[in-house]
Design a binder for this molecule. Structure first.
Ligand SMILES: Nc1ncnc2c1ncn2[C@@H]1O[C@H](COP(=O)(O)OP(=O)(O)OP(=O)(O)O)[C@@H](O)[C@H]1O
Ligand SMILES: [Mg+2]
Length: 345
């Protein structure tokens, strides 16, 4: 049923450094994802730094039209929120489409976790509970706002959440894009897939999704922030999709408190509720989840400030390379830079 054969094999992408796209000169590469490359650029007309995401047509399923991309870009460009990366411009060339957007002076949550794991002090090898709460408040505000506007993100994952340390602010990237480039077409219907590790059961099945799919994906992110790894079995991406689609009890090897009793039970239970396989058992909406977060946050903060032993560092593993799990592996076979290996089969 679920075919990943529509995904294209990776080929070397052209380096566009130094080129001009419309009003912007591309300066250097910031990062690379499954479908394209993000550059730091300089917008000559307004003399400001910007980020430019270039999505190569060779990476996309042939059925995707530029129109589809432009429509999504339009939706996102109208989603104005202080925690959503603003899109300034959209353009097309023969080989690629590009988005000019606000440059965020931050790092993705996956890079943040990797940096933390290297900290010499075991207690600082994970985000503090206070930071996890701050991330949650901001992401849930964004999701509440977007869901009210009728937009589901569909690809909430650490790579799409950028953390600005100095202001302790989170910016959400790639709204709407997943709807375009993670869609796999088969004969009968289009499947919208997220990233295997963070995908909700209903999305893995190809059901019509609502905001609760984002709550599940964000629950996965929180679980990872809490433990420093995602407690899922090391498997091929297709297998992870299948396990999720079937709502198998093996979706996770346990919740936060099971893996680390130092994680406060109420925090673990809060995350677990967003990870209910049946969406009717999750929080009814991002607003409900945010209200619950605000209700439990004071007690959690008090507990952390009181210095509950190792509450902020439930699983202080020494850094062991780029992997996520205790064995240093990313269970979906993703490369540390967020790229996926060749798929199909
Ligand atoms: N506006 C931005 N400002 C600063 N850095 C950014 C911005 N947008 C993206 N990045 C960085 O570029 C990296 C690559 O982003 P990209 O969206 O291409 O890939 P991804 O999110 O890892 O995977 P996918 O292609 O599946 O979405 C991100 O992880 C992030 O660190
Ligand atoms: Mg992204």
């Amino acid at each position: 049923m679920l075919s990943l054969s529509g995904m294209n094999q990776p080929r070397a992408l052209p380096d566009l450094t130094g080129q001009n796209l419309g009003t912007v000169t591309l300066l250097h590469k910031i990062g690379e994802g499954s479908m394209g490359v993000v550059y730091r650029g300089f917008q000559n007309t307004l003399s400001r730094p910007v980020a430019v995401k270039v999505v190569f047509r060779q990476k996309l399923n042939k059925l995707f039209t530029s129109d589809r991309f432009r429509q999504e870009a339009e939706v996102v460009a109208n989603l104005l929120h202080q925690n959503i990366i603003t899109i300034f411009e959209y353009g097309e060339q023969a080989e690629f489409m590009y988005f000019v957007m606000q440059l965020v002076d931050g790092i993705s949550l996956s890079q943040w976790l990797k940096q933390k794991k290297k900290h010499p002090l075991p207690k600082k090898r994970l985000p503090s509970l206070d930071d996890q709460i701050r991330v949650s408040e901001q992401v849930l505000e964004v999701l509440g706002f977007a869901h009210h506007e009728g937009v589901v993100h569909r690809d909430i994952k650490p790579e799409n959440l950028l953390w600005i340390e100095k202001s302790r602010k989170v910016m959400v990237a790639d709204f709407g894009l997943a709807a375009v480039y993670h869609t796999i077409y088969d004969e009968e219907k289009a499947f919208i897939l997220g990233s295997p590790l963070y995908v909700s059961p209903e999305q893995a099945r190809g059901d019509i999704v609502d905001g609760r799919a984002d709550l599940f994906s964000f629950g996965c992110v929180l679980l990872e922030l809490t433990l420093g790894f995602l407690p899922v079995k090391v498997e091929r991406p297709e297998r992870i999709f299948q396990t999720r689609a079937k709502e198998s009890p093996d979706m996770f090897t346990g919740m936060a408190h099971d893996h680390s009793p130092a994680v406060p039970r109420i925090w673990s239970d809060f995350i677990a509720r967003s990870l209910q396989p049946n969406r009717d058992k999750r929080f009814a909406s991002a607003d409900h989840m945010l209200a619950e977060l605000r209700a439990i946050a004071p007690a959690l903060r008090t507990q952390e400030a009181a210095g509950t032993p190792d509450a902020a560092a439930p699983f202080p593993l020494p850094y062991r390379g780029s992997g996520q799990g205790p064995d240093g592996q990313r269970p979906d076979g993703q490369r540390p830079d967020g790229q996926r290996p060749a798929e199909g089969g």
